[in-house]
Design a protein around this ligand. Structure first.
Ligand SMILES: C[S@@+](CC[C@H](N)C(=O)[O-])C[C@H]1O[C@@H](n2cnc3c(N)ncnc32)[C@H](O)[C@@H]1O
Length: 213
């Protein structure tokens, strides 16, 4: 899978690329490319945003700048899915993550300040996603959240079996995973349920299924 991220701060993604699961699939199942809108801006001095028509505070990412960035990389409108990250988009849920993980190529558009000129969302992207009902300062954290969630669904990202029985998975009926415990079996009087120490895998399995929420 290839993911292209358009941003004003490509270096912000350095941390993410050093961490698993991204680090484990980069150069293999995942090809990640980072593009700076400024590098292809048709405006002077790499300008990328402008004052909103109608007045008001903040700056708006310009449609001609994003179009130029897409043209510079793809030579025209890309055939694959282009996603604008915006609090006004549809919510990024686990089913949406699974859907995205099936794509061969994705383009993520990040903005900042007041956000996108609406024509970017309407005409240059085919999808708009929000990572939650709150406002962040820019789309880079949302892009990283999406990347992490999608990357861990790619083959080889996780240890065998560890990505199947998870919160929101079909195997758990979309519910929240059962509780986990590890050593010590007792700490400050807080004990581990006896069944988990029993070695009886049928009972453990039944207990876990009962504790899916
Ligand atoms: C300060 S926000 C703009 C908020 C916008 N003026 C509004 O009221 O909806 C700047 C940028 O951060 C990103 N962003 C902020 N919150 C987000 C969220 N919950 N999900 C996805 N992207 C978000 C988007 O790229 C957005 O254009």
């Amino acid at each position: 899978m290839r993911v292209d991220v358009f941003t004003l701060v490509p270096h912000a993604f350095a941390w993410l690329t050093e961490q698993r699961p991204i680090a484990g699939v980069l150069g293999g199942e995942l090809d990640l490319r980072l593009f700076n809108y400024r590098d292809s801006s048709p405006l002077k001095a790499g300008q990328v945003d402008d004052e909103p028509y109608g007045g008001g505070a903040g700056m708006v990412l310009r449609v001609d700048v994003v179009a130029a960035a897409l043209d510079a990389v793809y030579g025209g409108p890309p055939a694959h899915r282009v996603i604008a990250l915006t609090p006004k988009g549809r919510l990024l849920t686990q089913p949406v993550v699974e859907e995205l993980a099936e794509e061969d190529t994705l383009t993520l558009l990040s903005s900042r300040f007041e956000g996108f000129d609406e024509r970017i969302v309407q005409h240059l992207s085919g999808d708009a996603l929000s990572i939650g009902p709150y406002v962040l300062s820019n789309g880079d954290l949302p892009a990283m959240v999406l990347l992490d969630a999608v990357a861990r669904r790619l083959p080889g990202a996780l240890a065998e079996g560890s990505g199947e029985l998870e919160s929101f998975s079909p195997e758990l009926g979309g519910g929240l995973e059962y509780p986990h415990y590890t050593r010590p079996p007792e700490f400050r009087g807080w004990t581990v349920p006896d069944v988990l120490l029993s070695g009886d895998h049928a009972r453990i399995d039944a207990w876990r299924r009962e504790h899916v929420r």
